[in-house]
Ligand binder design. Structure first.
Ligand code: URA
Length: 254
């Protein structure tokens, strides 16, 4: 169905253009349902409806202003054009978008061909694994990285030995680093046999977790970020990424 809204009056698509009629598989990809190829598979499998009718014809066009598209009965709509993903960063990969050596970089692990504007929100050291966010939405990144945001970040730190309770209390209270005191942190021992401590910090200074453990004399041997704000890695394997849902993005800002 085509609407009679003239081009000039159509809403911006957030990518420098307007929301115009497009092929159904492109619509599904833009809505963040799946890649174009996988969206075609959804269509040929009969899982996509337009205005209540199953559509399997790959050439079908839809007008996002008037057509109601659903996948498995669930209505999908275009996002504002911005995309945010989480990556489970493997060890040995540098948080940078531009290679400076032949070492692997995070840019090689994320879908830059589909979303060219993705950039990392913060960084993890090369030897740190775990949850790293990327977004095409610069505002979101600025908000989350701003010192006043206090987004909690949770890490598992593998150590040689479990620190004494009094040392862990120092991390909880705040400890002096060369760039000032740290804010209070939550700290719990999660494994005594393979000495591991979970720590949640509410700021994001350079090498912060490693420097905190160094300051009590227990250097970190391995570091893994398991949570960022409201988000957890879940079943995402190392080297894998997935898009955040609009609800997840909203939960990050609240
Ligand atoms: N703190 C560190 O020391 N390293 C990281 O990668 C993240 C937090």
């Amino acid at each position: 169905m085509m609407s009679d809204v003239p081009y000039e009056e159509r809403p911006d698509d957030g990518r420098g253009g307007k929301i115009v009629p497009m092929r159904l598989q492109k619509f599904l990809a833009r809505a963040g349902v799946a890649s174009r190829r996988s969206s075609e598979n959804l269509m040929t499998a009969g899982r996509v409806t337009v205005n209540g009718e199953v559509v399997t014809e790959l050439g079908t066009k839809v007008d996002p202003l008037v057509d109601v598209v659903a996948v498995d009965g669930k209505v999908v709509s275009l996002s504002d054009g911005s995309v945010t993903i989480m990556l489970n960063k493997p060890a040995g990969v540098i948080t940078t978008m531009k290679a400076q050596s032949d070492k692997p970089i995070v840019a090689e692990l994320i879908p830059l061909d589909r979303y060219p504007g993705l950039y990392p929100i913060g960084r993890l050291d090369a030897d740190t694994t775990g949850l790293l966010l990327f977004s095409t939405d610069g505002e979101l990144g600025n908000r989350l990285l701003h010192p006043s945001s206090h987004v909690p970040k949770t890490y598992r730190a593998r150590l040689k030995d479990i620190p004494k309770a009094s040392e862990l209390d120092k991390l909880r209270a705040g400890i002096q680093l060369h760039d000032g005191m740290t804010q209070p942190a939550e700290v719990e021992v999660v494994d005594r046999k393979h000495p591991t401590v979970r720590i949640t910090i509410h700021e994001g200074r350079y090498h912060q977790v490693k420097r905190m453990f160094d300051a009590i004399g227990y250097p970190v041997m391995k570091l893994h970020r398991e949570r960022f704000g409201t988000l957890e890695l879940g079943s995402l394997k190392q080297g894998e990424w997935r898009e955040l849902t609009p609800q997840e993005i909203e939960s990050l800002s609240s």
